[in-house]
Design a binder for this molecule. Structure first.
Ligand code: PEP
Ligand code: MN
Length: 336
């Protein structure tokens, strides 16, 4: 059960509610986010919601049978809107586009990418400065210094930054320079990282784990929400299956299913999802039709020279073509 508390609730009123819940043999967790205060009750016993709902200090009460609670769509009527400021938002029914290289490589690459994004009216730039790489000998990112150079360039251009945070110690040093923290597929179940991102007042995008289930992704989001941060979105980026013809198997089912299960925006990452340049476009378009609220993908002036993931990265001409097609498909979806 989720109990939404009134802002002015007294500590006695809260104690009474908690006592009432524990009488039902429910375990209670108090959750305070930047947006509201909740009591989350976990238990099995059936009860009459009115027995609790009338108590003072409660603004609403909901029964949520899912394992995850606060990220479930079952209690929240209005879907979550991520407001990035300057008129940029990510929300249900929209189509937020986030594009950029796999890795941030240097000033010239940043400038060229920004120009490409500006020409196509894209407001969010992706790029990694901390790169999780399968081999320790691969390029592992420019780190915080690269982020600072990138930040300076995008700020002048009015573009927002989404970039991956790999460990707790990076959260604070990155804070000033990021608009969205990305939790990568290798960190989806790094619960310490998720807990700490709950204390941050900036949006978080959580990618699905490489072999993670949809419910595990939702539970990861529950960590961040219950630790205080409601500004969350989820990202389907393909999962590992027996199929070897593509890097990953883009689980388009997950987009539709996540849209049903959660009030959080759902983003598709076709670049990692299929992992092959020529297939990024059709997969991206399919994800939009499946209901994605946004698409994040990799683009680079010269993909063959990219420091990472060149094989799945679109050049600017391909990227422009994709943008035009995505906008057409989005329009079609809106008018269906
Ligand atoms: C990335 O976005 O470049 C990345 C490493 O993604 P993922 O965590 O999905 O592999
Ligand atoms: Mn990549």
């Amino acid at each position: 059960m989720i109990i939404q508390l009134e802002k002015e609730i007294s500590s006695d009123e809260k104690k009474d509610i908690i006592r009432k819940i524990s009488d039902l043999k429910y375990k209670t967790t108090e959750v305070s986010t930047q947006k509201g205060d909740y009591l989350v009750g976990i238990g099995k016993k059936e009860f009459d919601i009115r027995d609790i709902g009338h108590m003072s200090g409660i603004s609403d009460i909901h029964i949520v049978s899912d394992d995850y609670k606060l990220v479930s769509r079952k209690w929240k009527v209005n879907p979550t809107i991520i407001d990035l400021g300057d008129g940029v938002s990510i929300e249900e029914g929209g189509m937020a586009l986030m594009a950029g290289p796999c890795s941030i490589e240097g000033e010239e690459q940043i400038e060229k990418t920004i120009n490409h994004l500006k020409e196509n009216n894209i407001k969010i730039m992706r790029g990694g400065v901390y790169k999780p790489r399968s081999s320790p000998y691969s390029f592992r990112g420019l780190g915080i210094d690269g982020l600072k150079v990138w930040y300076k360039a995008v700020k002048e251009a009015g573009i927002k930054i989404i970039t991956e945070v790999m460990q707790v110690s990076q959260i604070e040093e990155m804070y000033e320079y990021v608009d969205i923290y990305q939790v990568g597929a290798r960190n989806t179940q790094n619960f310490n990282l998720l807990d700490e991102l709950g204390a941050v007042d900036k949006p978080v995008l959580i990618k699905r784990g490489i072999s993670g289930t949809i419910d595990e992704l939702l539970s990861s989001a529950e960590y961040v929400f219950s630790a205080g941060n409601e500004n969350l979105m989820l990202c389907e980026r393909g999962i590992r299956t027996y199929e070897r013809a593509s890097r990953n198997t883009m689980d388009i089912n997950a987009i539709s299913i996540l849209k049903e299960k959660t009030h959080l925006p759902v983003i598709a990452d076709p670049s990692h999802g299929v992992g092959i340049r020529d297939h990024v476009e059709p997969v991206a378009l399919a994800c939009i039709m499946a209901g994605a609220d946004g698409v994040i993908y990799e683009t680079h002036e010269k993909p063959e020279e990219a420091y990472s993931d060149g094989q799945q990265t679109l050049d600017f001409r391909e990227s422009q073509k994709l943008i035009n097609k995505m906008r057409k498909v989005f329009e079609l979806r809106e008018n269906m």
